[in-house]
Design a protein around this ligand. Structure first.
Ligand code: PMP
Ligand code: GLN
Length: 385
């Protein structure tokens, strides 16, 4: 293994899912739903495969999907992208993020990231030979995680090339406000930075929270690579179908790299998704409302068990402080919990560069059937309360 990747072992999501399987624990670790996405979407994909859509699509993606993605972005946010040249289909958001970083970050360039951070960001910055500059997200008195603009500014220097912004945010569930995004945008404009936005949870918003794409702020469209995907929106995390949107020169750079990583993504799924983007809007809204109720259901159970619950505004995840239970270390607890309580979670500290910031936090996924959430909550209450 190359030296720059030696710090990376098995991902925490894989480790905790394996532990859950070995112990028969309820898996609230890795974020994936336990029910399928909309039936018409699944039937459409199966039908396309049966109809013979089984050879390479164009490298940038099927025009039907690129057009649907651009039209949806224009309708919801007033952001115009040319489907030919400014939208590029990738193998999930993961490949889009990797190709974007590899295409723009030179060895020694610095990348500003908010921590805790989704695990692939750190690894792809390392792959590119970049240097991470983490800015902590910390919970306020209301339990909502946010950043200190002074810490953001202190993280930016002459070698900074990029800022990575994930909102709605995994694992904290924070949905950045327009004012918070404006702080980030101002820094990007002043220092001529590229913004890479990970918007995979853009539809999973609670209590009326609004998703604002960073690219919609003044001076940001021309410097932002926006990434999203279908996994969370349509509850099909195995489909690994995503996209990158940005100004043509940046998308061309991403394409130059990605053509040698995956060349193209699954064509039949792209055609099915192209229809679902407008056809399944009602389903997506229903899913969002169902998830909000699930957030409340699991949060209430965690609270009864004695965790310190930090309420999310979006995503699949709720963060919980283990100190009220008498523990100090979330990693220790996460490794013991499948055995002691029959529930698996994710230790948040592995998503930080500065482990101390998140030592006492664990993440639970609530994208599960109600009876599964109730079973898990009951187990945790019996184990701790
Ligand atoms: N970004 C974030 C914040 C995620 O939580 C995930 C995982 N679901 C991804 C990217 C990866 O998305 P995909 O499955 O489309 O590659
Ligand atoms: N995005 C999911 C999570 O955060 C899982 C991703 C993965 O397993 N790589 O749990």
């Amino acid at each position: 293994l190359v030296e720059r990747m030696r710090a990376y072992g098995e991902t925490v999501f894989a480790e905790m899912s394996r532990l859950a399987a070995e112990t028969g624990a309820i898996n609230l670790g890795q974020g994936f739903p336990d029910t399928d996405g909309p039936r018409p979407l699944i039937e459409a994909a199966a039908g396309r495969i049966r109809d013979g859509v089984n050879q390479y699509p164009p490298g940038p993606g099927r025009p039907e999907l690129r057009t649907a993605v651009a039209a949806d972005r224009a309708e919801r946010f007033g952001l115009e992208y040319d489907p030919a040249g400014e939208v590029y289909i990738t193998v999930g958001a993961t490949a889009g993020i990797a190709a974007s970083v590899l295409a723009t970050v030179e060895p020694g360039d610095e990348v500003v990231l908010f921590e805790p951070m989704y695990d692939s960001y750190a690894a792809v910055v390392s792959l590119a030979g970049g240097v991470r500059r983490p800015v902590p997200l910390r919970p306020g008195p209301d339990g909502r995680f946010t950043f200190d603009p002074a810490e953001l500014r202190a993280a930016v220097g002459p070698r900074t090339r990029m800022v990575v912004v994930n909102s709605p945010h995994n694992p904290t569930g924070t949905v950045l406000t327009r004012a918070e995004l404006e702080e980030i945008a101002a820094v990007c404009r002043e220092h001529d930075l590229i913004a890479l936005t990970d918007e995979v949870y853009e539809h999973l918003l609670f209590d009326g929270a609004e998703h604002v794409p960073l690219a919609a702020l003044p001076g940001m469209r021309e410097r932002t690579i926006a990434v999203s995907s279908v996994g969370k929106t349509f509850s099909v995390t195995a489909w690994k179908t995503g996209w990158v949107m940005g100004p043509a020169p940046l998308v061309r750079a991403v394409q130059t790299v990605n053509q040698f990583l995956t060349f193209s993504a699954n064509g039949a799924l792209q055609l099915a998704v192209a229809e679902a983007i407008t056809g399944e809007r009602e389903w997506v809204r229903g899913q969002r409302d169902a998830l909000q109720a699930k957030r409340d259901r699991l949060s209430e159970g965690l609270d009864r068990a004695g965790f310190g619950v930090l309420r999310p505004q979006g995503t699949y995840f709720v963060m919980a402080d283990v100190r009220p239970l008498g523990f100090e270390d979330g990693l220790e607890l996460a490794r013991a919990l499948p055995h002691s309580a029959g529930v698996a979670c994710v230790p948040a500290q592995v998503l930080y560069d500065r482990v101390e910031e998140g030592r006492h936090l664990v993440r639970f996924a609530f994208c599960k059937r109600d009876e599964v959430l109730d079973d898990a909550a009951g187990r945790l209450v019996r184990a701790f309360a």
